[in-house]
Design a protein around this ligand. Structure first.
Ligand SMILES: CC(C)(COP(=O)(O)OP(=O)(O)OC[C@H]1O[C@@H](n2cnc3c(N)ncnc32)[C@H](O)[C@@H]1OP(=O)(O)O)[C@@H](O)C(=O)NCCC(=O)NCCS
Length: 135
């Protein structure tokens, strides 16, 4: 089930850290930054929960008319079930409603991430794996 996070509990913060840490090795920066982001009106966080288990999360923000995805992680055990797609689409709606003209992010340079973003309609817009989508 998709949920917009308005209040970040320590337990949820730890769940998100554990999910991200499996991919990036040292996700402490994500762990320490999340509480501050949730209190910033330009930032948005969505999680996908399944029977009380956190499967994945997205954080993103609006700046100067564009929207930027900072974190998107789906637990390895929950992948290929449409959760990543649901998280991105939910944020696209938020960004569009807030007048953003495009959604931009720096993708990881993995086949998995690049195929995912291509499928979601993103195009490479610069080196260093920046991809974007007109909203
Ligand atoms: C990239 C990621 C967020 C995708 O999440 P997900 O929930 O597995 O993705 P979805 O199930 O919504 O997949 C949507 C589409 O993306 C593509 N896709 C997703 N994972 C893929 C993979 N491993 N190989 C090829 N295509 C893939 C497929 O076209 C898929 O549609 P399909 O299943 O109908 O074929 C997830 O794999 C992840 O967290 N990866 C590690 C962290 C990361 O790379 N984050 C994003 C970059 S910063």
């Amino acid at each position: 089930m998709l949920k917009r996070v308005l209040f970040l509990t320590d337990a949820l913060c730890k769940d998100c850290f554990l999910i991200a840490n499996k991919f990036v090795g040292n996700a402490y920066s994500i762990y320490y930054a999340l509480p501050e982001k949730i209190n910033n009106k330009n930032h948005t966080m969505f999680v996908w929960e399944d029977a009380g288990f956190t499967c994945g999360f997205l954080t993103a923000y609006l700046e100067c008319g564009n929207a930027y995805v900072e974190n998107l992680y789906v637990d390895k055990n929950c992948q290929r079930r449409g959760i990543g797609a649901a998280l991105i689409k939910a944020y696209e709606d938020v960004a569009r409603k807030n007048g953003a003209s495009s959604l931009i992010l720096q993708s990881r340079n993995t086949v998995q991430a690049l195929r995912f973003y291509k499928k979601m309609g993103f195009e490479k817009i610069a080196e260093n794996m920046f991809v974007g989508k007109k909203l």
